[in-house]
Ligand binder design. Sequence first.
Ligand SMILES: [Zn+2]
Length: 454
Amino acid sequence: MSDLVIAYAQQQREKYLNDLIEYLAIPSVSAQPQHKQDVNRAAAWLCDHLRVIGMEARVMETGGHPVVYAEWLSAGANRPTVLVYGHYDVQPAEPLDLWRSDPFAAVIRDGVIYGRGSSDNKGQHMAHIKAVESFLAQKTPLPVNVKFLIEGEEEIGGPHLGAFIAANKQLLACDVIMISDSALLAPDQPSLLYALRGLLYFEVEARCAAHDLHSGSYGGNVQNPAMALAQILARLKDEHGHITVPAFYDAVRVLDSFERAEIARIPMSEQQIMAESGASQVFGEPGYNVAERMGARPTLEINGLWSGYTGEGAKTVLPATAHAKISCRLVPHQNPAEIYKSVVEYMQALTPPGVSLSFKVLQEGTRGTLIDRDAPQIQAAARAAQATYGKAPIYVLEGGSIPVVNDFQDVLGKPIALLGFGLSSDNIHAPDEHYPVRCYEKGIEASIRFLTEL
Ligand SMILES: [Zn+2]
């Protein structure tokens, strides 16, 4: 069945491209108030588009930018239901002078679509919409029920989506959530993300005096908070990069042999990290390769560090305070609240007399996520990817976080297929964002096969 539907999608090539180009022309920049009308216009355009292809669709309020919800449930109650998630909002296009063409008048050059949102994320969720259209347009019965939830606040941290999902549990009920908001590992190497890291973010202040002091009058008699904080921070890791906070690694999962074998297939090398970062060598926990350190091991990093006088010229000040921003990327099973408590207690224990530390959480901690690779829904996605790209997908432990995945897991409790259609070289969030036409078309095919396999 999927072959007939794919053949139809190929005939519609031109139209499907034009639809995407029309969608990309709407500057739905969620972060910029001057684009509020455009954000609403993108939601309305998408809602209309989903109706035109034969779905029931509506724009729903969230308290912030609206979500677009659509459904086609005529496969019947005994068939599975897929919920496709995506986001219609885009990053600001600035700096505009670094674009070779207008970010909101998408053009195709050498088989590549250039435009803001082409890869992140309009071009990726449109692939699923076009897959559904390809079934419905030629009256081929869709083998499964399909729901779409396309939101407008992903690029601003999704302030309202968690509450929306919790409040609409029945509406969104499904058997699997499909999210295409990531990248293939190479043009013909699909991946399925099955673990995401969580995040803990806090700030610490070290104080030694009521106010800044003259370093000639007080230096030598009063603790320097910058020095004290530096000494405390320096003891959070050993010289090899192993984190020394007690109990920090207690909940870290040991990878099984399948996972280690999969990690070995990931095309990622020390040379690549050096080339991309400009670092003269890689540095990290001994006993793990770069891909393992990225996805399977937790981190503790200083994100900001300041104290005293940082302006031009000399100022002989003995500062009263010193500050650091610190974050930890956490792996599945590590509890953000417990890790935070361990780090704070350890830093307090390292604090010398005359110094007081105070802490502030900057972002509510998010847990890491682990998805059951063996769930039949995920296996359906794996078969669809293999048939489309000619290679079995690599199961990847992702280093970053996708907060909505936790919301889906907590509220809907179903497996989440994280199958990306873009490429890591697509310049998302940057000037000249692009998306190869081939990625779009392969995405449509993969989606058609997924719906069939399911
Ligand atoms: Zn993005």
